[in-house]
Write a protein that binds this ligand. Sequence first.
Ligand code: BT5
Length: 311
Amino acid sequence: MNETRRRVLEALADGPVAGPALADDLGVSRNAVWKHVEALRAAGFEVESTADGYALSSVPESGALALSLGLDAPFEIDYHGTVDSTNRRARDLAEDGAADVAVVADGQTGGRGRLDRSWTSPPGGIYLSAVLRPDRPLADAPLFTLAAAVATARTAREAGVDARIKWPNDVVVPGDESDYRKLAGILTELQGEADRIEWTVVGVGLNADVDAADLPAGATSVRAERGTVDRRAIVQRLLESLDDLRRDPDAVLPAWRDLALTLGQRVRVETPDGDVVGEAVAVEHPGALVVATDEGTVSVSSGDCEHLRPV
Ligand code: BT5
């Protein structure tokens, strides 16, 4: 990202600021300032020319500069109009040594779910994958998936949606009885070294300003629940919340439990060793679901979970 352009933008956001004064401040020519202002206008920023100088009057919904402006979390934004998969891109960056990068795209042509499933990625959705390098043992890795679910649910709740978490990684809006509609999904990828996490990529697909007709059956969007939303505000809140949680991993499980829709429900969890059916009674560190079955208590660390109607 062009550093001078970013500084011009920040000055305009605090503006109005006169072109010559800004040129002096930044140590560039007046013509260079003018060119940066024109480039910002071309990128969708509205910059007014007032008697007191330039003033920023509106910011576009996406783009690296727009998403970085005012972001209160130390993520560099790697923005794409369209990409195959933000997780694939984030993984490549992580393998090249990147840290604290958030890959954000307006669309995906090959969005991925878990277990080779695909993620439908229509316009208006948020497709975001953060590269994290937490200094934690490998066994703590599930905490970062749970943290992403908490950050996503909190952000959707701030947007007015009754978002809850379905174990382990779905953000849903509850319906009648055991019913729910899926609002967001999370895909985590991980590289370990010795017994440490080397990097983890947490990918979030959030149906934000999406027309429900563009989504698979059983899905919903912030727009369908609450009306149209500003995707920039949502991306920024999500990253800020994720940043808070990764700095305080002990806060993740309690926050997850507070938002959990699964606890107290009758569930069926499909695991590689067969189905586990019973009541979901707890979530234990670092994210295992404890199910009370007819044969006793079983702790499940991964699998697909379905909420069943009460018997
Ligand atoms: C997930 O998988 O829920 C994880 C999805 C993660 C997607 C993000 S987008 C940004 C980043 N880059 C990627 O390539 N991926 C991540 P899973 O639990 O396997 O659920 C997948 C299932 O959810 C599909 O089989 C569909 O049934 C359903 N589904 C697909 N697209 C959906 C959507 N947009 N909204 C709701 N449900 C969807």
